[in-house]
Design a protein around this ligand. Sequence first.
Ligand code: SAH
Ligand code: SF4
Length: 360
Amino acid sequence: MDTDAGRSLYDLKFDEIEALLKEWGEPVFRAKQIWEWLYVQLAAACDAMTNLPQPLRDRLGAAYPLGRLTPRIDLLSSDGWTRKILFALPDRAQIETVLMEYDTRNTVCVSTQAGCAMGCTFCATGQGGFQRNLTSGEIVEQVLFFERELRAANVHAKRPASNHQITNVVLMGMGEPFANYIALLDALKRLSDPSGYNFGARRITVSTVGLVPMIERFTQERSQVNLAVSLHAATDELRASMLPINKRYPLDVLIPACRAYTEITRRRISFEWAMIEGVNDTPAQARALAQWIKGMLCHVNLIPLNPTHGYSGAASTRERIAAFRAILDEARLPNSLRVRRGIDIHAGCGQLRQAANRER
Ligand code: SAH
Ligand code: SF4
């Protein structure tokens, strides 16, 4: 049978493409041609693979159609620097992908699941529940979609077309990446494959809510991909009230796993902290945080809360953020305040889908 449960060519590993060609009685060298069309030329359809015989193009297109992401809503922030797309998948699940342009960087924020089962109270994705895991191809295609668009927009730029337009990839869109571990790792491997898209693993960051067994597993991968952990609170009671997963993996299990990651890999870990007025922005929380992570090779990323429909908290004031940071500085903990982007286009995780569904 030619069709494979609705998979696209972007779901196949190189040796799976080779096996498919063998099965079809095609020369195996075509696998390399197809791979280059997919990950170097960024073909949007099998029909564009002009060095393949037409019957093979047709057969591939029918069995493993490309372009599983259909843009449904495409928004540009008022300052023009943030673009957010709500994609429909073939089964009508919806995901969000965000492109953030900076002076010298283009960061794409990618989803790993349609929805999320972790139920963090302040997160729009968590408020909407879980639909399904994305396939590795659906994860990869989000990056390539924007790469393709940026290349098309920059055809007259001096940079050669082979240079990446996307400079950073963050797995911080919808979903919990470590709850979709196999597809995630396949996607990361495919994005950084030297004979394909060849994207530097050091420019990729995976963010997890704190699934400890998966942090331990990821530690063993010895991957160059950066790791971020969503901490948001430094006492179990508060963290469990915001992130239900803390009941399963409390801080005295999570923090040692993070410390072990830094010691075994010698790589810096990032801690994410959404600043919520009067909730987790107190001096007591800052001191508790410093206690947990002092001496660790780490960086604390503070992000003012993006307000969501299902959560009444507000972003911390500038003064409270400054006071919080002063305590971290005193404890010699590197920290930074992330600028909020695209508030006017619901650019926070899961917010566009929430808004789109509310308007129906
Ligand atoms: N599931 C993963 C990755 C996706 S969420 C995780 O939780 O880490 C990406 C980041 O956005 C996480 O740090 C998450 O806690 C944060 N986040 C979610 N909702 C937010 C909101 N309303 N305001 C600010 N940060 C938010
Ligand atoms: Fe899921 Fe991350 Fe949102 Fe929590 S913050 S509900 S883990 S996407």
